[in-house]
Each structure stands twice: as structure tokens, then as C-alpha cells.
Design a protein around this ligand. Structure first.
Ligand code: NAI
Ligand code: MG
Length: 361
């Protein structure tokens, strides 16, 4: 926490797997540069958790991992996932326990079609999409309730239960409305469920949404079924502002919102404990991308933008703005970009361009 006039922040850094090991060190170098410029002192606590750790120790992170993380002001995560380990082991061994233990109950995923970036959607122009998916992050379909009966047997049965609590639903929907009020957008909230088929949890969600919306008369609302929402995202992305959805639907819709705004390599996210009892965690939306890992092709901008969200959360607005602005200008100029955006530059070249931009401003 800040002490006296010097701001000191302890940042837990988990590069994780695959391209996480490329984009996270790049981000740390950018944060160091910003720290020098804005007089922010960071202590980076590097943690080698993830799949290699699993191969050595049989677990994704040590038993006291949460205690180590608890001592930090924020967590910067790359991605986890390895082709030789089942994804449910990596996810449940690292990512999901952190989100739950620190009650990071909202996952904020902005999707902006930046000037200079082409949407794959015909007729959608730069600057026209500016939406943010607010995803419930601690329960719902990812609550990990269920089990196997007759496991691995011919007659095996798997039961997977979604968990929707009134408290959990209410707090994420309220966050979405507060964000819509605060943010410089269209003051709209769209709630996405599938309550025609999911007749308990999502009916509760819809009901809570109806209740809360009456408290925000200045905000326009709509409720969509998730299948229809995918179509609306493609047909009228310009009309979305804040979207609030369950853990699973928010996950899926934020890959879609990333795709229509140019590249998943541009999509940042923040796992927030809005009550600030615990460290929040910042990570790109993308995964470990084993198909391009180790080739120096990964777009680091999603992680830079996640770091900008981290700076914002740490109340370092000036530094956050400088980083966000540097990314926007780089995209607008269009000279230095990774292959996912149609360029031929490397992760390192993009990083160098940003380092230069944040030191020059
Ligand atoms: P992915 O997001 O890793 O990759 C999807 C596609 O997007 C790939 O073609 C990849 O090359 C491309 N891509 C992703 N990030 C990019 C970047 N920064 N620059 C350029 N191209 C980029 O999703 P996928 O392939 O489904 O999952 C790979 C692994 O990551 C799996 O093990 C999965 O479980 C894990 N994963 C982990 C997440 C996390 O740690 N939060 C989130 C999503 C997936
Ligand atoms: Mg995802």
C-alpha cells in the first residue's frame, strides 16, 4: 500500500503457461517504465506457478499460494493451460480458486473497436463498438458442484450443478448498473440469460434484474436470451454498452466481443473484489495459445490493457491513462502490430514501441 508520498505496490506476477510467459514479462517492463515516470514503486513478486510447476509438484500452485497472494496489492496473471494437462485441472488448480478465495465477484471485460483496427464485421467502423461484459465470477456454472457416479464405468453418470445465489446475482447486476451510470457510454445494461430452458437459477437472475433496474431509471435495459444475444452482437454491436451475464455466458460472450473488436489479443480483463477486501487479479481474456507459444508472435496489448485496468484499480489514474493512450495511438498509427492484427511485428517490437511511447509522453 502507498506509504507517505512514495507509492509502493506489491504486485504478484504469475506468467503461467504458453504465451503468458511472453506477454507478462513484457508487461512488467512497461509497468517498471511507468513507475519511473510517475513515481510509483512496484515490488514484483514473481511466482512460477502453472503447468511446469504441476509437472514437478503434482499441483498448479503451492498449498500456501493464497496466503502468498493475499499479501499483494494486485495480481497480474498471464494465462494457464497446457496441451498435456486436462484443462479442468489447470483451471481448477489455479485460476478459479483465486477468483473464489478473494471473492473477485465481477470480471470486467471491455471490448472496444479502436481507431485503426478493423472489425471482421462488414459495415462496422472503427470507434463504433465500445462495450463491456460484466461477468459473474464466483458461482453460476463454474461453482464446481457435482460429481461422478460409476466413474469410468460403462454406466457412468456425471452431475454438474449451477449455483445462483440471490446475493451473488444481486451484487454483479448492481455492479453492472453502477458501471453504466459511471462510464461515459450509452447508459444501457443488457442482461443475458437462458431462462426459458434454465428455469431456476436464471429465472432468479431475471427476477433480480427486473427488481434492480427499477432503482436506475436513467439506465435503459434489455433482457436477451444468450442464443439471440450472439446474433445481436453481430448485427448491432454498436447498441451495446454494459452487458451482464453469468459465469459461463460472460465467458463465451467476451470471446465473441473480443473477436468482433479485432482480436482476442486486444481484450483485457479485471477480476475485481469491488469491496477491496482482497487483491484483485488482472489478466488478458485469452488463454495460453499453445499454437503460437514460443514464437514471439503473441500480441501483448491485451495484457498491457489489463495492466492499465490494474493501475486504475490502484488509483494510479495518470499512469493508467498514459498506458491506455499509448496503446490507442499505436493501434491508430498501425505501423507496429502483431500477426493477429495483420502485421508482421514481434511481441518484443510491440513492447519496445510501447516502452518508447510511455517514456516520451
Ligand atoms: P486461446 O485464447 O489460448 O487461443 C485462441 C486463439 O487465439 C489461438 O489461435 C491463439 O493463437 C489466438 N490468440 C490468443 N491470444 C493471442 C494473442 N495474445 N496474440 C495473438 N493471438 C492470440 O484459447 P484456446 O486455444 O482455446 O486455449 C488454449 C489454452 O488456454 C487451453 O489450455 C485453455 O484451457 C487455456 N485458457 C486459459 C485461460 C486463462 O488462463 N484465463 C483462458 C482461456 C483459455
Ligand atoms: Mg474464456
Amino acid at each position: 500500500m502507498p506509504q507517505g508520498n512514495t507509492k509502493i505496490f506489491s504486485i504478484a506476477v504469475i506468467p503461467g503457461d504458453g504465451i503468458g510467459r511472453e506477454v507478462v514479462p513484457a508487461t512488467v517492463s512497461v509497468l517498471k517504465q511507468l513507475g519511473e515516470r510517475f513515481g510509483i514503486r512496484f515490488t514484483f513478486v514473481e511466482l512460477d506457478w502453472g503447468s511446469d510447476y504441476y509437472f514437478q509438484h503434482g499441483r498448479m500452485m503451492p498449498a500456501d499460494a493464497l496466503d502468498i497472494l493475499r499479501a499483494s496489492d494486485a495480481i497480474l496473471l498471464g494465462a494457464i493451460g497446457h496441451p498435456k494437462i486436462q484443462d479442468n485441472i489447470t483451471l481448477n488448480g489455479l485460476l478459479l480458486p483465486i477468483r473464489r478465495a478473494f471473492d473477485q465477484f465481477v470480471n470486467v471485460r471491455p471490448a472496444i473497436l479502436y481507431p485503426g483496427v478493423q472489425s471482421p464485421l462488414a459495415g462496422v467502423k472503427s470507434g463504433e463498438i465500445d462495450m463491456v461484459v460484466v461477468r459473474e465470477n464466483t458461482e453460476g456454472e463454474y461453482a464446481q458442484v457435482g460429481g461422478f457416479v460409476h466413474h469410468f464405468d460403462a454406466k457412468e453418470v456425471a452431475v454438474q450443478t449451477s449455483v445462483f445465489t440471490r446475493t451473488g446475482v444481486e451484487r454483479v447486476i448492481r455492479y453492472a448498473f453502477e458501471l453504466a451510470v459511471k462510464r461515459n457510454g450509452q447508459k444501457r445494461v443488457a442482461s443475458i440469460t437462458k431462462s426459458n430452458a434454465q428455469a431456476y437459477g436464471m429465472v432468479l437472475w431475471d427476477r433480480v434484474f427486473e427488481e434492480i433496474k427499477t432503482q436506475y431509471p436513467q439506465v435503459q435495459t434489455e433482457s436477451l436470451l444468450v442464443d439471440a444475444a450472439t446474433v445481436h452482437f453481430l448485427k448491432r454491436p454498436q447498441t451495446f454498452d454494459v452487458i451482464v451475464a453469468s459465469n459461463l455466458f460472460g465467458d463465451i460472450l467476451s470471446d465473441l466481443s473480443a473477436a468482433i473488436t479485432g482480436s482476442i489479443g486486444l481484450a483485457p480483463s479485471a477480476n475485481l473484489d469491488p469491496l477491496r477486501r482482497f487483491p484483485s487479479m488482472f489478466e488478458p481474456v485469452h488463454g495460453s495459445a499453445p499454437d503460437i507459444a514460443g514464437q514471439g508472435k503473441a500480441n501483448p496489448l491485451a495484457t498491457f490493457l489489463s495492466a492499465a485496468m490494474m493501475l486504475e484499480h490502484l488509483e494510479q489514474a495518470e499512469a493508467a491513462k498514459a498506458l491506455d493512450g499509448a496503446v490507442r495511438r499505436l493501434l491508430q498509427e498501425g505501423r507496429v502490430r502483431t500477426p493477429d492484427l495483420g502485421g508482421s511485428n514481434s511481441t518484443q517490437e510491440v513492447t519496445e514501441a510501447i516502452l518508447k511511447a510511455v517514456s516520451l509522453q
